[in-house]
Design a binder for this molecule. Structure first.
Ligand code: INI
Length: 157
């Protein structure tokens, strides 16, 4: 019989940080609401949730890295929204946030999850912020609870 290692979705000990960018706020505020709602409905005390805001998704990875390195949190959730325009700006912002948050995921002791939308259209973003395709903020929050519990079970650093 194999041994399975996975995290459950019961609120763990420890604090959570939600890092959210203000750009495209009509979307990111929905992601933030979904993330906080998911944490609380899984049993996380809302006094154990801190929200950090930054101007845009470009700034998000730097914020996530510093928040994770503060060692105050068991889990850090990154939320943002990059919508493709007519210039290469999208590619730079989307590429850097994926790389930067990815790096924090690899190096931080905290569990770091990625709720950053990178869409071609406003409609695709709306769909992923609580309309047709769920709420990616909530999904990132639930994934964060699972990874915190998995790391705790592994005794991982
Ligand atoms: N920031 C976003 O979060 N989403 C976007 O779609 C976006 N676009 O398209 O411009 C965006 N730009 C701002 C960027 O994140 C920085 O805040 C800005 O460049 C200042 O450093």
């Amino acid at each position: 019989m194999p041994r399975f290692f996975e995290g459950n979705l019961v609120a763990p000990k420890g604090r959570f940080a939600v890092c959210v960018s203000r750009f495209n706020g009509f979307i990111t505020e929905q992601l933030l609401g979904g993330a906080v709602d998911a944490l609380v409905r899984h049993g996380v005390n809302d006094a154990d949730i801190d929200v950090y805001r930054c101007p845009g998704t470009w700034e998000l990875a730097g914020l996530v890295r510093r928040v994770a390195d503060s060692k105050q949190y068991a889990g850090v959730i990154a939320l943002g929204c990059v919508i493709r325009g007519g210039t290469p700006h999208f590619d730079y912002v989307a590429g850097e946030v994926a790389k930067g948050v990815g790096q924090a995921t690899l190096t931080a002791d905290a569990a770091v999850t990625f709720g950053v939308l990178t869409t071609d259209t406003v409609e695709q973003a709306v769909d992923r912020a609580g309309v047709k395709a769920g709420n990616k903020g909530a999904e990132a929050a639930v994934a964060c609870i699972e990874m915190v519990n998995l790391y705790a079970r592994m005794g991982a650093k």
